[in-house]
Design a protein around this ligand. Sequence first.
Ligand code: NOJ
Length: 739
Amino acid sequence: MKKNLLILISIVLIFSSFKKSNVDEQPDQRVDSVLRLMTIDEKIGQLVLYSSSWDITGSTIKEDYIDDIRKGKCGNIFNAHTVAFVSKLQKIAVEESRMKIPLLFGYDVIHGHKTIFPISLGESASWDMEAIEKGARVAAIESAASGLNWTFAPMCDISVEPRWGRVSEGAGEDPFLGSKIAEARVRGFQGTNNNLSDSLTILACVKHFAAYGAPQAGRDYNTVDMSKRVFLETYLPPYKAAIHAGAMSIMTSFNELDGVPSTGNKYLLTDLLRNELGFTGFVVTDYTSINEMVNHGVVANEDEAGLLAIKAGVDMDMQGEVYSKYLKKQVENGLVDVKLIDDAVRRVLRVKFMLGLFDDPYKYCNPTREKRLIYAPEHLNAALDVAKKSIVLLKNENQVLPLRKGEKIAVIGELADSKRDLLGSWKAAGDWKFMKSILDELKEYNGAQNVIYAEGCKKMGEDRSGFSKAMATARKASKIVLVIGEDAEWSGEAASRTNINIPGVQTELLKQLKTLNKPIILVLMNGRPLVLSKENELADAMLESWFPGTMGGKAITEVLFGEYNPSGKLTMTFPLNLGQVPIYYYAKNTGRPIYIENPKYKSRYIDSPNDPLFPFGYGLSYTTFKYSEIKLSSNELTDKGELKASVTVKNTGTYDGEEVVQCYVRDLVGSVTRPVKELKGFEKIALKAGESKTVTFTITPEMLAFHRLDMSYGTEPGDYKLFIGGNSRDVQEANFKLK
Ligand code: NOJ
């Protein structure tokens, strides 16, 4: 009795000190002062993450989970949002549970919360770090305004696998660009100065650790097997960049790596993540991935799976109910050292302190603020800006684009009139009902009388009955805008495909329309690189718009009519055919490269060229750019020196435009084979018609480091090639030597 009273007094004292505390001051002592008072059940509760659900009447949650919050047996919730719902649950935690520890509220805010931005792969095609950071900033502001304090983003998985639906959530195939984007997104979510205590920033979660983007045959959740060198060189950099940018949580991945599921992988979660990379945040599993280690076949039951996870370094169990069921018994039986649990709880509590939740658990729960910030005009403008910048012009024969205002256009395709699809997968709380479709926007811009519409066919299925109406409609117009692609849910999680063509009979409709001999402009909506060889032959112009988000209809309209000159560049290679997959620009030369056409016994196909349809970094503009030869400050780069490589880019066309100038290198001889090109820098510049600008890249020895034969990280002296151009294929070349 006396002991209980003492504990109670200490709790009251400690919590009154939380209130006054400055979170930056000695957080570890304050964490320890809380930890000391917690029972084993309450400690394990901080390592538990449960999902609420969403139905038409709003958020709901299982009664059992509410009870667990009350008992201190659940310290974190995901999928709950809106101030009303979040504050209801927070109140239970801080007013009804003994330790009064505030809950974390997580959600998949991947490319916007209410105002939806283009899917991440689309955004990456903008190569505009400010715009990408702004996208994450707006997502943070809107989700924080809705009561959330944690997002399960950024996804930092490099992928060269267009069959894998989740490429839509990433930043493409390149580790250098992927790292820059990962940093920009962390800055956007957590604030430029990593100010987690600001009530309009949220905690970022790096995912999916590790190498989730390389499932065999592109099938989601499938086995990943790669050399350690490839892992360290290509797949690790974006996770590492996000961690170094300050992300304080990280999610394990569903896959195995070298025979060990990530969620039980001590090398990944402790040796590499904490000891080598210095990560100080907490590790959360992906959804039930502790339990899934039974299916992986590395443990016999969930009990053992929990042991493997906690020993590997997993702090928080997402939805698996393994820690809540087994950890206490394992501690009591001496199978788990309570120190492991204490360390995990410390990491979670520390983040809660950093967020300022102990100072004010309701800091994200202000209904007036929620109303004011959701869909704020500034947010919609930011979404429009990046949506335009994400669009990639793949083809523009005879300058068929831009369209002239007032010309009669036939708009065809189910996707032209779909609002839902504009948002793509992981649309968070995005609401499509109030949005405008591409068709709505085209009519508004060009006058309803100049825009005639027929569906033609659905995005999926074999129904051709709408073809004749589409043909009749197209006959009445001077140009045809055909909007085709994938359903929004055909990319994202669990959306792998074995064929990456345009689905259904959409391409057949294109073929029929072609017989009318009128210019055809294809607007593509899709979440992955597709095989577009047929479409490329048939269409006069092709615009890749991805799933462009809430303001997508307007963005596409402005690009079609030249109000914005497209500047997007692909961040994943678009193959010529499925057989080339996986195909990516940083391939190795091999012992038998092809330099001449149709040679025998070379590394080639007998039925297809090796080259993709559209290379990494590719994208056209309504204007044209000419690159000068490269000027090097020296032909030699010394150990601690630097080398400047400059080109002058001239806008040689008649429109003002933007160009992404890209710099690549090739190490010609190494102790291990080196890629034929590696991106080392880029700059997006704006050039008025006729204007020239000089762009200079600085190359330092550190940029040329790699894992050498003995796996040590560093450089090797020798000859290098340097390339600068507007994509990874069409480049100027120069040579230098690393001394
Ligand atoms: C599974 C997904 O793999 C992950 O990315 C997501 O954050 C969780 N589910 C939570 O929704």
